[in-house]
Structure formats: C-alpha cells, structure tokens
Design a protein around this ligand. Structure first.
Ligand SMILES: [Zn+2]
Length: 54
C-alpha cells in the first residue's frame, strides 16, 4: 500500500518552497508532523518556534 498524502499544496513550512515526494523532509515537533524542504529549514523552524524556551 502506498503512503496516501496530498502533496499538491504542500510547502516547506519555513521557507515556502514547494515540496515533492522526492525532496520532502518531515520532522515531528511537539508530536505533530511538520514538512520542510530540508533539515536546515526544520532546524530554523524549530529554533524560531521554541526560542523562548531555550
Ligand atoms: Zn525550506
């Protein structure tokens, strides 16, 4: 069975780049899946979102 995901409107949550099945980078932050184009965006997003905590 194939992973069922609607990728048509999926964009990197940090930089807004369009994501495809080939370049998608998923990271679970606070128990929720977030989608990015690369680990750098995931790192930056995570830092931004938690800047007050660290
Ligand atoms: Zn990005």
């Amino acid at each position: 069975m194939k992973l069922r995901m609607n990728l048509t409107e999926l964009r990197c949550e940090y930089c807004g780049a369009e994501l495809t099945e080939d370049n998608i980078y998923v990271r679970v932050i606070d128990g929720k899946e977030h989608h990015f184009c690369c680990s750098h965006c995931a790192d930056a997003y995570e830092r931004k979102g938690h800047s007050a905590c660290y």
